[in-house]
Write a protein that binds this ligand. Structure first.
Ligand code: NDP
Length: 272
């Protein structure tokens, strides 16, 4: 059995660039018709045009996942124009910084609106179309911050933790309808978001070098490496996997005390 999505429709939120773009390309390569949903109309349309087409048709739909009316309208359009929805990749996300005291109400709501409620909206309006198709798969993009925290990121960390709760709740609610729901949790991945985050520091290259060292594999991940995991979880190869989370983190969360502790000398536990 090979992983194929011929005859299926895959919807990818935040599909204009980064991990979402890689996922959209992966599903297109594997035979799916792909609907890219993104609020960046120029980049989204360009990405959709560049997808390998073959016999299938891909499309871009402008949409802010934080706005329920827009998501509802777009999911209805995808269903009508592309024939249904089989796969939802809930990937759209933003990174914002601040501890609780330093986070304004507006910033908190912005992060929750996109990263958590955006996933709620996408699933709310995609699931009925999946039920009509007799089943489907939802893959939510969490983060290593679904399990751990970095400083000065209270809203982001909270939203990413909460996503796993939403994944688990949906996996139970929709199992009878044969809809599987899983979460991929990436480490640092070389996307526009990571480059933007690094650019906030006085020496962005130093941040990228640090990101490399945070992973036992010695480098940050590539968007297509996350896309591979997303495609696997959405495919029949994962037919008995639901409610699960899959780290795609180059081993980042494995070392006790983090890589700094490993590198810093831990007595007998350090390989000489
Ligand atoms: P990018 O910023 O590179 O790409 C995200 C895309 O989503 C952009 O096109 C962005 O548009 C779009 N988007 C953002 N908000 C919305 C919205 N409200 N509605 C529709 N589209 C939106 O991000 P990544 O590819 O790096 O990240 C993708 C996901 O992976 C996110 O959920 C992120 O939290 C997660 N992740 C990323 C990691 C990394 O190291 N890169 C690590 C772990 C998790 P715009 O440019 O206008 O914002």
């Amino acid at each position: 059995m090979t992983i194929r999505f011929d005859g299926k429709v895959a919807v990818v939120t935040g599909g204009a660039m980064g991990i979402g773009e890689a996922a959209a390309r992966k599903f297109a390569e594997l035979g799916a018709a792909v609907a890219i949903l993104d609020r960046d109309a120029e980049a989204g349309a360009k990405t959709a045009r560049a997808l390998p087409a073959g016999k299938t048709r891909h499309a871009f739909y402008g949409c802010d996942v934080a706005v329920p009316a827009q998501v509802q309208k777009v999911m209805a359009a995808v269903t009508a124009e592309m024939g249904g929805i089989d796969v939802l990749v809930s990937n759209a996300g933003i990174q914002r910084y601040g501890d609780v005291v330093g986070t304004s109400e507006e910033l908190w709501d912005e992060v929750m609106g996109v990263n958590l409620k955006g996933c709620f909206h996408a699933a709310k309006y995609a699931v009925p179309a999946m039920v009509q198709r007799g089943g489907g798969a939802i893959v939510v993009v969490g983060s290593v911050q679904t399990f751990t925290a970095v400083g000065n990121s209270a809203a982001y960390v909270t939203a990413k933790h909460a996503l796993l709760g939403l994944v688990r709740a949906m996996s139970l609610d929709y199992a009878p309808q044969k809809i599987r729901v899983n979460c991929v949790c990436p480490g640092a991945i070389d996307t526009p978001m990571l480059r933007w985050a690094a650019s906030l520091a006085p020496d962005p290259q130093k941040v990228m070098d640090t990101c490399d060292r945070m992973h036992p594999l010695g480098r940050v991940g590539r968007p297509e490496e996350v896309a591979n995991a997303i495609a696997f979880l959405a495919s029949d190869w994962a037919s008995f996997i639901t409610g699960a989370s899959l780290l795609v983190d180059g081993g980042m969360l494995t070392p006790t005390g983090g890589m700094g502790f490993q590198e810093g000398g831990t007595g007998a536990a350090t390989k000489q």
